[in-house]
Design a protein around this ligand. Structure first.
Ligand SMILES: [Zn+2]
Length: 168
């Protein structure tokens, strides 16, 4: 029974690490595959827990104004967690200056933390990104990234929370 359970995890770890080999110099050791348990709350509960601005972006798929978000110009070392449920989503290593007015990342932490969904609102075809655990709206992902991954995750600052790396 134990073997059956460990095989898929080993496979996922292998795939994840082999995709990122070229760019893993400082990848945190605590990178984990997220557990599949979802965070389910009523809209009333979310309203109570989140600020009105965060509620609008995370739960109503709003977009914060460009260049106004807290983390657009934050290039300190650390990680970014979901503002709705605390799931680790990105690290400062994958963040880059996109000049688009929102924080940009070239990849997420993997392990199915980020869900992608087709978005046809506002007459555009885009790919929406959401926190897989709580369903919170993060932003969109575009295929015009300047780095190796070719992707640009355009994320609302209010959808994420920065946790600075601890000084040793
Ligand atoms: Zn979340």
């Amino acid at each position: 029974m134990k073997t059956i359970l460990t095989i898929p995890l080993a496979f996922v770890l292998f795939v994840t690490s082999s995709c990122q080999n070229s760019n893993t110099l400082n990848t945190p050791k605590n990178q984990k595959i997220m557990d599949t348990e979802k965070v389910v709350k009523t809209e009333e509960q979310w309203k109570k827990e989140l600020s009105p601005e965060a509620y609008h972006v995370l739960r109503e798929k709003g977009t914060e104004a460009p260049y106004k978000g807290e983390y657009t110009d934050n290039f300190k070392k650390g990680k970014y967690v979901c503002a709705g449920c605390g799931t680790e989503l990105f690290t400062s290593e994958s963040k880059f200056e996109s000049h688009c007015g929102w924080p940009a990342f070239d990849k997420d932490l993997g392990g199915d933390r980020v869900t992608r969904k087709s978005d046809h609102t506002f007459g555009m075809t885009r790919v929406e990104i959401l926190c897989a655990k709580c369903g919170g709206h993060l932003g969109h992902v575009f295929e015009d990234g300047p780095t190796q991954t070719g992707e640009r995750y355009c994320v609302n600052s209010i959808s994420i929370k920065f946790i600075p790396e601890e000084k040793k």
